[in-house]
Design a protein around this ligand. Structure first.
Ligand code: PLP
Ligand code: ZN
Length: 413
C-alpha cells in the first residue's frame, strides 16, 4: 500500500446521538449507537482575524481553522472561492431588496459544489494512509472523486445508478476511474457502497469518510460571509439531496457568528427539492418526525436521493434557522434553468433549476420580506445536463452563407 507523505492529522470525531468521542479513523458511524460522527475542532485553537483570512490564497483552505484537521493539507489545494454574483433582476422577481448567486457551477476542478466535500475527504483519506477512494454518487460526486483522486495518484472506484446523464458518465470516466453503473436507485448504490467499504477497506468519501466530507460544505457559508464583506445575508436558498449541504450551511454561518467574524442573526435557510423526490420538504412542511423514503422520479437526478441520510438534521437546521422548504415540478425546474441563464448569464444544471424555481415558489408563498437579502446557491453546471433543457430551446435556423438569408431572419416572417 502506498501512503501519501503528509503532516496532516484528521481531528477526532464525536457521536451526534450519544456524544461518545472516537479517535480519528475512516468511520462515520458510532459503534455504540449507530449515530453519525462529526469531527470536533480544537476549542483552544488560535483563530485568524478577518484580515488574516483575506490575505490568504483564494481557496477553501483559507478557512482551515474550521476544517477537521490539524496541520497542513496536501491535496486539492485550489478548490473553493467561487464567485458571488449580484443578481438585481432576480431580486426584483423575488420581491426582495438584494439577491446574489453563489456560483459553484464554476467550481474547480469539476464544476459542482461536490469539489468542496471531496477536497476535505481526500485529505482525510490520504492522512489515514488509504490508497483507494470511492463514492456512491448521483453524478457530481463521481466527477469530483474521479478528478481529485487522479490528480492525487489515488485509485478510485465509483458507483452510480445506471441511468445517469451522459455528461456525468463521461465526466467521470475521462479521469481513468473505475466507474460501475448499478441497476437501481441511489439508495441501492449507497447500501452497496457501505458493504464495499467494509469489504475492501477503501475510503468511500460519503460513507466511511462522511464526517470529514460533510465539513467541506461549510466553506460555502464562509465564502458567502466573506464575499459580502463580512456581513450575513438574511436568507439562503439551497437544493437538498442527502440533506448535508443545508445542515452544514447552518453550521458554517453559526461558527462565523461565534468566532465574531460576522454579527447579527444567521440567515434563514431554505431547502428545495424536486416534486418527484421531496422527502425532506415533506418533513418540513408536514412536521413529520421520520423520513418516508420515496422512489425518485425527476429530471433533477443529481439530487434524487429517496432516503436522505441527513434528512432529519436538515429539517431541524431549516426550522431552527426560521427558514422553510419547497418542492417544484420538473417543468418549473427547466424554466428555472432558463430564467437564471437569461437574468444572470449563469447556466446551471437541474439542481440549480430547483434552487431558482424553489426560491420563486417560496416568494409566491410570501416567505421573503421586502428588505431580505437572499443568496441562491447554484451548485452545479448546466453543460453536464444539457438533455434537461435542450428540448425546450428554440431550434437554430440553418441557412446558406448569404447575407440575404440573414436579412430575412432579422426582418422576421
Ligand atoms: C449533491 C448535490 C447537492 C446537495 O447535496 P446534499 O446531499 O444535500 O448535501 C446539491 N446540488 C448538487 C448539484 C449536488 O450534486
Ligand atoms: Zn453514539
Amino acid at each position: 500500500m502506498t501512503t501519501t507523505l503528509t503532516t496532516l492529522r484528521p481531528r477526532p470525531q464525536v457521536c451526534r446521538a450519544c456524544g461518545v468521542r472516537h479517535e480519528p479513523s475512516p468511520a462515520a458511524v458510532c459503534e455504540q449507537c449507530l449515530g453519525p460522527l462529526d469531527p470536533v475542532l480544537d476549542p483552544g485553537r488560535r483563530l485568524p482575524t478577518a484580515g488574516e483570512i483575506a490575505a490568504r490564497a483564494p481557496s477553501l483552505w483559507r478557512y482551515r481553522e474550521w476544517l477537521p484537521f490539524d496541520g497542513e493539507p496536501t491535496l486539492s489545494l485550489d478548490t473553493g472561492w467561487t464567485p458571488l454574483v449580484a443578481a438585481p433582476r432576480l431580486a426584483a422577481r423575488l420581491g426582495v431588496a438584494r439577491a446574489w448567486v453563489k456560483n459553484d457551477a464554476v467550481s474547480h476542478p469539476t464544476l459542482s459544489f461536490k469539489d468542496r466535500v471531496v477536497a476535505t475527504a481526500i485529505n482525510a483519506a490520504a492522512a489515514f494512509g488509504l490508497d483507494t477512494i470511492g463514492c456512491a454518487s448521483t453524478g457530481n460526486l463521481a466527477n469530483a472523486v474521479a478528478a481529485q483522486a487522479a490528480r492525487a495518484g489515488l485509485a478510485a472506484w465509483i458507483f452510480v445508478p445506471d441511468d445517469l446523464e451522459t455528461g456525468k458518465i463521461v465526466g467521470t470516466a475521462v479521469y481513468g476511474a473505475r466507474l460501475v453503473r448499478v441497476r437501481g436507485h441511489y439508495d441501492d448504490v449507497n447500501r452497496l457502497c457501505a458493504q464495499v467499504a467494509d469489504q475492501f477497506g477503501w475510503g468511500i468519501v460519503n460513507v466511511n469518510l462522511r464526517g470529514y466530507y460533510g465539513e467541506g460544505s461549510k466553506t460555502l457559508a464562509f465564502e458567502i460571509a466573506e464575499q459580502l464583506e463580512w456581513r450575513l445575508p438574511t436568507a439562503v436558498v439551497a437544493p437538498m439531496a442527502g440533506g448535508s449541504l443545508v445542515t452544514k450551511l447552518r453550521k458554517g454561518f453559526r461558527e462565523f457568528v461565534e468566532a465574531g467574524l460576522v454579527s447579527g442573526a444567521p440567515p434563514r435557510i431554505y431547502g428545495t427539492q424536486a416534486d418527484g423526490c421531496a422527502p425532506i420538504v415533506r418533513l418540513v412542511r408536514e412536521g413529520a418526525d421520520a423520513i418516508v423514503p420515496v422512489v425518485p422520479k425527476t429530471i433533477a437526478r443529481s439530487i434524487a436521493i429517496g432516503n436522505p441520510a441527513d434528512g432529519l438534521f436538515a429539517k431541524r437546521a431549516i426550522l431552527e434557522s426560521g427558514g422553510w422548504a419547497a418542492a417544484v415540478p420538473d417543468d418549473s425546474i427547466v424554466a428555472g434553468i432558463q430564467l437564471l441563464a437569461e437574468e444572470t448569464g449563469i447556466f446551471t444544471e437541474t439542481a440549480g433549476g430547483v434552487t431558482v424555481a424553489g426560491a420563486l415558489a417560496l416568494a409566491g408563498e410570501g416567505r421573503f420580506l421586502p428588505e431580505d437579502e437572499v443568496v441562491l446557491c447554484i451548485t452545479g453546471n448546466g453543460l453536464k445536463t444539457v438533455e434537461a433543457v435542450a428540448p425546450v430551446l428554440a431550434a437554430a435556423p440553418v441557412i446558406a452563407p448569404r447575407l440575404a438569408e440573414v436579412c430575412a431572419l432579422v426582418e422576421g416572417p
